[in-house]
Design a protein around this ligand. Structure first.
Ligand code: PLP
Length: 374
C-alpha cells in the first residue's frame, strides 16, 4: 500500500535527535530551527522527558477513560500555576484542531449563538470546523464552508464591531500571533479592545495559542503580553513535546455539563506523563526567559540585506520576510548548511526552534544565514 500523497517532504530520514540537533540515516547532523511546526518545546529526546515516558509505559498496561486519572489533575494544577490561569478549568484532547473545535462548540453552547468571527490569514487546523475558521480557500471543502464564519482584517476593530452588533456571534477566534499566515502580531491595543468588544456583545473571545503558546514568545501565552484574559484558550503542539496532546483552558463563567465535550484519547496516561515533564523542564530550565533572550538576539542580529523586507516576531516565533521567494535560500540552508527552517507562504522563512536553543546554536544559524545570503 502507498501513502496518500498530500505532504511535500524533504529527502531527510531522521534516526536520532537531541536538544536542537537531529541526525539522519547517513550520519549527518542538522540544527533544527523548526521543531516539527513548533512542536518541540523542551528539545528533542530530553532525558527527563524520555524517563517520564519510559516510566509511564512500564507502569501502565491498561487503558480506561471512565476512571479517575490523577495525572490529569496534577497537570491541571501545574498548568494553572505556571500559566497564571489557576482559576480556569482544563479540558484535555488530542490536537490543536480538536482544541479549536471544542472551544467554538463550548462558546456556542454557552451563548446559544451560532456565528463565529475569525481573521484574514488565520490558520486554526484541518478538521471540518477548524478549517472553516481558516482563511485559506485552497484547503476549505464545500462541506466545511457551510459553517457560519465571517472574516475580518487583523486590526480592523470597526469591522469586528459591525459583525458583533447583529447579536448572533458566539465567538471571536484569534491566534496569539498568526503563524502559518506569516507571523502577524495583533497589537496589544487591538487585543485589549477586542476583549472589551467581546464583553460588550456577549461573545466569547477564543485565543488560539496552539502555535504561539507554551512559552514560545517568552510569556506562557502570547496574549499575556497584552494583559488580557480570554474566555477560552486553546493549546496543542508544544504541550507534550511531540506526543499528541491538546487542551483548552476555560474561564470560570462556563458551567460544565456532563457529556458536553468528550474524546476517547484526550488526557491519556502517556500524554499526561509527557505534558507533566514538559512543564517541569520549562520551569526548571527557565525556558521562557531563554526564548525571550535568544529570540531577541536572533532578531537583532539578522544581517541587513536588500532582499529582507522585515524581521518580526516575539521570543522564538520569528518571521524573516523577503521581497523575493525564499525556496532556494531555505533549500541551501537545509542541504548545504544542514539547518531546518520553516516557511509561511512563499516569501517568509519561519523560525520555531525548541525553546532551549542556545546562543551558540543561534549564532551558528546566523553565520550560515549570512553565508547563504552572500
Ligand atoms: N491552530 C494553529 C494556530 C496552528 O498553527 C495549528 C497547526 O499548525 C493548529 C491550530 C492545528 O493544530 P493540529 O495540527 O495539531 O491540529
Amino acid at each position: 500500500m502507498e501513502l496518500f500523497d498530500v505532504y511535500s517532504l524533504f529527502d531527510v530520514v531522521p534516526v536520532k535527535a537531541s536538544g536542537c540537533r537531529i541526525w539522519d540515516d547517513k550520519g549527518s547532523c542538522y540544527l533544527d530551527l523548526y521543531g516539527g511546526h513548533a512542536v518541540i518545546s523542551i528539545g528533542h529526546s530530553h532525558p527527563a522527558y524520555i524517563e517520564a515516558l519510559t516510566e509511564q509505559v512500564n507502569k501502565i498496561g491498561f487503558y480506561s477513560n471512565s476512571v479517575v486519572n490523577p495525572l490529569q489533575q496534577e497537570l491541571a494544577g501545574k498548568l494553572g500555576d505556571i500559566s497564571g490561569y489557576g482559576d480556569y478549568t482544563l479540558f484535555l484532547d488530542n490536537s490543536g484542531a480538536e482544541s479549536n473545535e471544542n472551544a467554538v462548540k463550548l462558546a456556542s453552547f454557552h451563548t446559544g449563538k451560532d456565528r463565529v468571527i475569525a481573521f484574514r490569514k488565520s490558520f486554526h487546523g484541518r478538521t471540518s470546523g477548524a478549517v472553516a475558521l481558516t482563511d485559506n480557500p485552497a484547503i476549505v471543502s464545500p462541506f466545511n464552508s457551510h459553517h457560519k464564519v465571517s472574516f475580518c482584517e487583523l486590526g480592523d476593530l470597526a469591522a469586528v464591531e459591525k459583525e458583533l452588533s447583529g447579536g448572533d456571534v458566539a465567538a471571536v477566534i484569534i491566534e496569539g500571533i498568526q503563524g502559518c499566515g506569516g507571523i502577524n502580531i495583533p497589537s496589544d491595543g487591538f487585543l485589549r479592545a477586542l476583549s472589551d468588544l467581546c464583553g460588550r456583545y456577549s461573545a466569547v473571545l477564543i485565543l488560539d495559542e496552539v502555535q504561539s503558546g507554551y512559552g514560545r514568545t517568552g510569556k506562557f501565552f502570547a496574549h499575556q503580553w497584552a494583559g488580557i484574559r480570554p474566555g477560552i484558550i486553546t493549546m496543542g503542539k508544544g504541550i507534550a513535546n511531540g506526543f499528541p496532546c491538546g487542551g483548552i483552558l476555560i474561564s470560570p463563567e462556563f458551567k460544565a455539563v456532563k457529556g458536553m465535550l468528550g474524546t476517547t484519547f484526550g488526557g491519556n496516561y502517556l500524554a499526561m506523563a509527557a505534558a507533566l515533564s514538559v512543564l517541569d523542564v520549562i520551569s526548571g530550565e527557565n525556558l521562557l526567559q531563554n526564548a525571550r533572550e535568544i529570540g531577541e538576539h536572533i532578531m537583532n542580529s539578522i544581517p541587513k540585506d536588500f532582499r529582507i523586507k522585515e524581521v518580526r516576531g516575539r521570543g522564538l516565533m520569528i518571521g524573516l520576510e523577503f521581497n523575493t521567494e525564499i525556496a532556494s535560500i531555505r533549500k541551501s540552508l537545509l542541504y548545504d548548511r544542514h539547518i531546518f527552517t520553516g516557511v509561511a507562504g512563499k516569501n517568509m522563512i519561519r523560525l520555531l526552534p525548541p525553546l532551549c536553543l542556545s546562543k551558540e546554536e543561534a549564532d551558528a544559524f546566523l553565520n550560515a544565514f549570512k553565508e547563504v545570503l552572500s
